[in-house]
Design a protein around this ligand. Structure first.
Ligand code: 9Z3
Length: 332
């Protein structure tokens, strides 16, 4: 058991907003982004994998889309330089394991080479493996050091229990990520409905270089470069109102200034109309996360032991909220 606590307080309810005037503009900006930036070459194949994964899940199965890792923004068409967003992928990887343990199937949409579920807990091979003496047929060869073998065995057992319940889809760029978010969330809305959760732990760039502004070749260093960044359209609004309105959507708000965090989290809920914001600060993200709900309820999750996963407590809390959500939508 973690020595930790979740406290709940009610604040002013996040009021419903009339979005009829802003709808068209928000949707148009997203459409324009998708017209400008094509999907990854693997997009159709990946969406087919998602469809098969959903079809093979049982009729009453809960499925979560976990997004994880930072999105890359290219500065050149033949890319040498890029802008990146901070995220190691630890939150998404750990959360995936706890969703699996809670009985969910997981679509793990992650940045290639970011931290992965299960392997995150295995010590690096050069430290944990050793060469044993004698010929291979007599037990010689490579083996896990005895000091690590219990840990490695536990991870392997957990992996073999859950490996058919997780679908890995990777992305690199902001464009790939947003295409997958739209495509996968639409499938979940259509085929899983209220039993689906969308858990947006990936760190998404707020800026990108439009194709029209992007040089073909590597930016040269003999002149000071000018980089014209455009604002990334806010995709959570179409996600919650158009692509996947039945699903239970949890976004993350990341700030470095504690003075503005809660205000920004409440504003995100009002603007985007989704279900929950998990507010966290860069420096304390492993020990404190505050959930803010559409109803205005606030629940703070505290995990004083940084070496334990705060995600265990977060997913327990979310599972209960998702159950309540399904119960209020009995047609699911
Ligand atoms: C988060 O806030 C995640 O908790 C972290 C996790 C990225 C801090 P790590 O991957 O870190 O474990 O190293 N993710 C969302 C960040 C984000 O881009 N949020 C947008 C915003 O704050 C809204 S979608 O505006």
């Amino acid at each position: 058991m973690h020595s930790s606590s979740a406290s709940s307080t009610a604040t002013t309810a996040v009021s419903e907003v009339d979005t009829t005037n802003t709808n068209k503009e928000e949707y148009k900006q997203c459409d324009a982004f998708f017209k400008e930036i094509p999907p990854h070459a693997d997009y159709d194949e990946s969406i087919s994998r998602v469809q098969r994964f959903i079809e093979n899940a049982g009729a009453y199965q809960r499925i979560v889309l976990v997004t994880s890792g930072g999105t890359l923004v290219p500065l050149e068409k033949l890319m040498v330089r890029f802008i990146d967003n901070f995220s190691t992928g630890s939150r998404g990887a750990a959360s995936t394991e706890y969703f699996l343990a809670a009985g969910y199937k997981v679509i793990f949409l992650h940045r290639g080479k970011s931290i992965q579920p299960f392997t995150r807990s295995i010590p690096p091979p050069l430290e944990s493996l050793e060469v044993s003496v004698g010929p291979c047929c007599l037990g010689g060869g490579v083996r896990v050091k005895s000091s690590d073998s219990v840990k490695v065995r536990k991870v392997l057992e957990k992996y073999s229990k859950h490996k058919d319940s997780i679908l890995y889809i990777s992305f690199e760029s902001l464009g790939d990520y947003l295409w997958y978010l739209k495509g996968i969330s639409s499938e979940l809305n259509k085929r899983v409905g209220y039993r689906a959760v969308i858990y947006l732990a990936a760190a998404v760039s707020d800026f990108y270089v439009p194709k029209s502004e992007m040089p073909e070749h590597k930016i040269q260093s003999d002149v000071k470069p000018t980089i014209n960044l455009a604002l990334t359209p806010k995709m959570i609004f179409p996600l919650a109102t158009l692509w996947a309105p039945k699903t239970y959507i949890v976004s993350f708000k990341l700030e470095t200034d504690s003075g503005i965090l809660m205000e920004k989290a409440e504003k995100a809920l009002k603007t985007y109309q989704h279900n929950m914001v998990a507010a966290n600060l860069l420096t304390t993200r492993k020990t404190t996360v505050t959930f803010v709900e559409r109803t205005g309820k606030v629940a703070r999750i505290d995990n004083p032991e940084e070496d334990k996963d705060i995600e265990s407590l977060m997913i327990g809390f979310l599972q209960d909220r998702h159950t309540a959500y399904i119960q209020t939508n009995p047609s699911s």
